[in-house]
Design a protein around this ligand. Structure first.
Ligand code: PGA
Length: 251
């Protein structure tokens, strides 16, 4: 019996125009599904207000951000203020996605500051971890995860631990069509669960990396996998709906 609620989180990355967004919600509304899982979407920051408005009228979907700054306000041109996110009633923020780590060189120390700042404002944090293919092949997966968790999640106050979620995203599985097997993913999730700062059975741990309607069920059937962080397949209403439908059945 699963104690934790399943979350399907769409990471839209730098995609979707206003027209595509309205199409997405028109199709979602037509499908009239009964959601038993949590369905969340993180659009580009510029689209957060419009998505919040649509999500408010359609009811079922919560909106979050893909990143935030480690400061509240000030001379940080181009950054996204966690204070402003909280002020707008944004539900959650993704921190440490591998694209932020790799392309924008965000390291565990910086990510720790972002995590603590977001938690200070009571935003739910989806903190992403995961190894590259080279690291996996060199047998370094556990070392990498341990470092990402111990440094990135240092000093989290116990009373904020319930706001923390983790996404295990093996970098070699993101956008490549190569999903980790359910067994590989479960092994990673179990390791992560045993290395959380305030070890908690209740912490939601999502799997991410080429999750699709046809591979999600095997993943969600594993004891330590509480949902998915989905890129490509979250952009199409039909796929997103199917992911949520499977999640609602598995629950
Ligand atoms: P993907 O992306 O589902 O397209 O592999 C997942 C992610 O980057 O969060």
């Amino acid at each position: 019996m699963r104690k934790r609620e399943i979350h399907i989180v769409g990471n839209w990355k730098m995609n979707q125009t206003l027209h595509e967004i309205s199409q997405f919600f028109v199709e979602m509304t037509k499908m009239k599904m009964e959601l038993k899982c949590k369905a969340w979407i993180a659009p580009q920051a510029i689209h957060i207000p419009i998505l919040k408005e649509i999500a408010f009228t359609t009811g079922a979907i919560q909106i979050g951000a893909q990143n935030c700054c480690e400061h509240d306000s000030g001379a940080f041109t181009g950054e996204i203020s966690p204070l402003a996110l909280a002020d707008m009633g944004v539900e959650f923020v993704i921190i440490g996605h591998s694209e932020r780590r790799t392309i924008y060189k965000e390291d565990n120390e910086l990510l720790n500051k972002k995590v603590l700042k977001a938690l200070e404002h009571n935003l739910k944090v989806i903190y992403c971890v995961g190894e590259t293919l080279d690291e996996r092949e060199a047998n370094l997966t556990h070392d990498i995860l341990e470092k990402q968790l111990s440094v990135g999640l240092a000093n989290i106050p116990k009373q904020k631990a319930h706001l923390l979620m983790i996404a295990y995203e093996p970098v070699w599985a993101i956008g490549t069509g190569k999903t980790a097997s359910a067994e590989q993913a479960e092994e990673g999730h179990a390791f992560i669960r045993s290395h959380l700062p305030h070890s908690s059975d209740e912490t939601i741990i999502l799997y991410g990396g080429s999750v699709k309607p046809d591979n999600i069920e095997a993943l969600l059937r594993k004891a330590n996998i509480d949902g998915a962080l989905v890129g490509g397949a979250s952009l199409k209403a039909n796929d997103f709906r199917q992911l949520c439908t499977v999640a609602s059945i598995v629950m």
